[in-house]
Ligand binder design. Structure first.
Ligand code: FAD
Length: 484
C-alpha cells in the first residue's frame, strides 16, 4: 500500500480487539467505521506487568474465536492483524506504521489491564495519537454504584435493584455494514502462537462441545430464548440442558451483555417467554455485573481474601487430595462427575461448580486459590471477575458470600439436583449400573448390589476420600479458629 494512501486519509484508525471478539454492539468498532483506513488488531500481550495469561482451555477458545472474527471481518473487506508484545510498545509503533491518528478500544476492568491501557494512552499521546476508550462489556460501568457512605455495594440484591433502577442499558449497536479498507501490513500467524494443544491434543472434547465465534453465540442465544420456559425452576439441574451455556461467548465478548439483556427483554415483551424466567435469567447476568463491580473495588480479588480474617485460615497442604479432586476421583459421584465434565468439555454446570468448590474448600480444607487456578486453566469461560468472585463466594471469604458453616452435603446435593443420576451416569460410567438409590452413595450398596453393578470400591471406583460427617466437623472446627 503506497504511503500516500496512509497519510491522505483524514482520519486513520486502529481498533484494538481484546475480550470483545465481535462486530455487533462494538462501540470502538462503530466509532472507527467512519475512518478513512482501518487496522483491526488483536495483540497477544504476555509482557505487560501483571497481566494474567490465558489458561489452556481459554487459549483453545481464543484461537477459534480469532479465526471466526477474522472470517467475519473478511466478509466486509477487512481482516484481523495479529501482533505480539507489550501493548505500550507495540501499539504506538503500529500507529506509526499505519499513520493512525486514533486508536480505539473497549475497556477492560482488571487492574493490570487498566494499567497497561493507561501506559498505551500515554505512549500514544506522546506521539500525537488519540487513544479512545469505550464501555462495551458490561451493563453498567463499574464504580458507578456506591452505598450511601460512598463505598462499594457488597450485597447482591440491593446492587441488582440499583442496576435495574437505572433503566435498561443502551440499545445494542448494529454491526457495521461496511468498514474502511485495511492497510497492507504484516500480521503474525496464529499457528505460531501455539494456542492450541498438539502433543497431546487434549482438545477433542472442547471441539465436540463448542462452536466459538459471534455467529454461534448469537444462534445459541436465540435457541436458548426459544426454550427458556422453566429456566427459573430448572436452572439448578445439571441433568437437563436448562441454562444458556453462553458463558464462554460472554467471556470472550462474542456477544455483549447488553445484547443478551435486550434480546431477553424482547422475548418477554413478545410474550414468547414467561417474565419470571426472563427476570431470573437477567439476574444471573446481574451476578456477572456484580463480580466486575467487586473486581473494580477489590482489584486483588483473585489472590486476596475479601474478608481479611480468612488470612488466618488453617488450610491444609495435600497434593494427593488436590490431584484426586482435579481428576474426579474423590469417591463422591456428583463431585467426580463435575470435575470430569470440566476436563472433557471445559465447562461445568453452576450448581455443580458450587458443590465441587465447596468440597475442595470445606471437605478437603484446601485453599480456594488452588481451586480457582485449576478452573482458570480448564474452563473455556475462565473469567477474571466471575471465577475469582465465585470462589470467594463459596469459600465464605467474599462479598455477600455463602456463610462458611453452610457446607454442601455432596450426597444430598446429588440426590436433589440429579435425582435420577443421569448426570452422574454420563460422566462416571463405571458406576452407571448401580440402582438409582445408590448412584450418589455407592458405598451404601451391599456387596451383592455392588457386584451386580460390576463396581469394586477402591478398584473400579474410589471409596469416598473423606467421610462427610467427619469432614464437616473438621471444617467447622477450622472455621471456629478464625471466628470473632
Ligand atoms: P446461565 O444460567 O445461562 O447464565 C447466563 C450468564 O450469566 C452466564 O453465561 C454468565 O455470564 C452469567 N452468570 C450466571 N451465573 C453466574 C454467577 N454465579 N456468577 C457470575 N456470572 C454468572 N462464570 C464464568 O463466566 N466464568 C468463570 O470463570 C466462572 N467460574 C465460577 C467458579 C465457581 C466456583 C462458581 C460457583 C461459579 C463460577 N461461574 C463462572 C459462574 C457460573 O457458574 C457460570 O457463569 C455459569 O455456570 C455459566 O453457565 P451458563 O452460561 O449456562 O449460565
Amino acid at each position: 500500500m503506497p504511503d500516500d494512501r496512509r497519510s491522505s486519509a483524514p482520519f486513520s484508525a486502529i481498533v484494538w480487539f481484546r475480550d470483545d471478539l465481535r462486530l455487533g454492539d462494538h462501540p470502538a468498532l462503530t466509532a472507527a467505521a467512519r475512518a478513512g483506513t482501518l487496522t483491526c488488531l488483536y495483540l497477544l500481550d504476555q509482557d505487560s506487568a501483571g497481566l494474567r495469561a490465558h489458561g489452556g482451555a481459554s487459549r483453545w477458545w481464543l484461537a477459534q474465536s480469532l479465526r471466526a472474527l477474522d472470517a467475519n471481518l473478511r466478509k466486509l473487506g477487512q481482516r484481523l492483524v495479529l501482533r505480539r508484545g507489550k501493548a505500550a510498545d507495540v501499539i504506538p509503533s503500529l500507529a506509526h506504521e499505519c499513520g493512525a491518528t486514533h486508536v480505539y478500544w473497549n475497556r477492560r476492568y482488571d487492574r493490570a489491564g487498566i494499567a497497561a491501557d493507561e501506559a498505551v494512552i500515554a505512549a500514544l499521546k506522546a506521539r500525537g495519537v488519540t487513544g479512545g476508550t469505550f464501555p462495551g462489556s458490561l451493563l453498567v460501568e463499574p464504580g458507578k454504584l456506591l452505598n450511601k457512605d460512598g463505598g462499594p455495594l457488597r450485597v447482591f440484591t440491593p446492587f441488582w435493584k440499583r442496576v435495574l433502577s437505572l433503566g435498561d442499558p443502551r440499545r445494542p449497536l448494529p454491526a457495521p455494514k461496511r468498514l474502511p479498507p485495511p492497510l497492507d501490513i504484516a500480521s503474525s500467524h496464529l499457528e505460531d502462537w501455539h494456542l492450541e494443544p498438539t502433543m497431546p491434543d487434549w482438545a477433542g472434547g472442547l471441539r465436540a462441545t463448542w462452536t466459538p465465534g459471534e455467529a454461534a453465540a448469537r444462534q445459541r442465544l436465540a435457541d436458548f430464548l426459544d426454550t427458556i420456559r422453566g429456566y427459573a425452576d430448572e436452572r439448578d439441574r445439571p441433568d437437563r440442558p436448562s441454562t444458556s451455556r453462553l458463558s464462554p461467548h460472554l467471556r470472550f465478548g462474542e456477544v455483549s451483555a447488553g445484547e443478551v439483556f435486550h434480546a431477553a427483554r424482547f422475548a418477554a415483551e413478545k410474550g414468547d417467554a414467561p417474565s419470571r424466567d426472563i427476570e431470573k435469567y437477567l439476574s444471573e447476568l446481574g451476578w456477572r455485573e456484580f463480580s466486575y463491580h467487586l473486581l473494580h473495588h477489590f482489584p486483588d480479588l483473585a489472590t486476596k481474601n475479601l474478608q481479611p480474617r480468612f488470612d488466618a485460615f488453617p488450610w491444609r497442604s495435600d497434593d494427593a487430595a488436590l490431584k484426586a479432586w482435579q481428576r474426579g476421583q474423590t469417591g463422591y459421584p456428583i463431585v467426580d462427575a463435575g470435575m470430569r465434565e470440566l476436563w472433557h468439555t471445559g465447562w461445568m454446570h453452576n450448581r455443580v461448580r458450587m458443590v465441587v468448590a465447596s468440597f475442595l474448600i470445606k471437605h478437603l480444607l484446601i485453599d480456594w486459590r488452588l481451586g480457582e487456578q485449576w478452573f482458570w486453566d480448564t474452563l473455556v469461560d475462565a473469567d477474571p471477575a466471575n471465577n475469582t468472585a465465585s470462589w470467594q463466594w463459596v469459600a465464605g471469604s467474599g462479598a455477600d458470600a455463602a456463610p462458611y458453616f453452610r457446607i454442601f452435603n455432596p450426597i444430598l446435593q446429588g440426590e436433589r439436583f440429579d435425582p435420577n443420576g443421569d448426570y452422574v451416569r454420563q460422566w462416571v460410567p463405571e458406576i452407571a449400573a448401580l440402582p438409582d438409590r445408590f448412584i450418589h452413595k455407592p458405598w451404601m450398596a451391599t456387596p451383592l448390589e455392588l457386584a451386580e453393578a460390576k463396581v469394586t470400591l477402591g478398584k473400579t471406583y474410589p471409596a469416598p476420600m473423606v467421610d462427610h460427617d467427619l469432614a464437616r466437623k473438621r471444617a467447622l472446627a477450622a472455621f471456629d479458629r478464625i471466628k470473632g
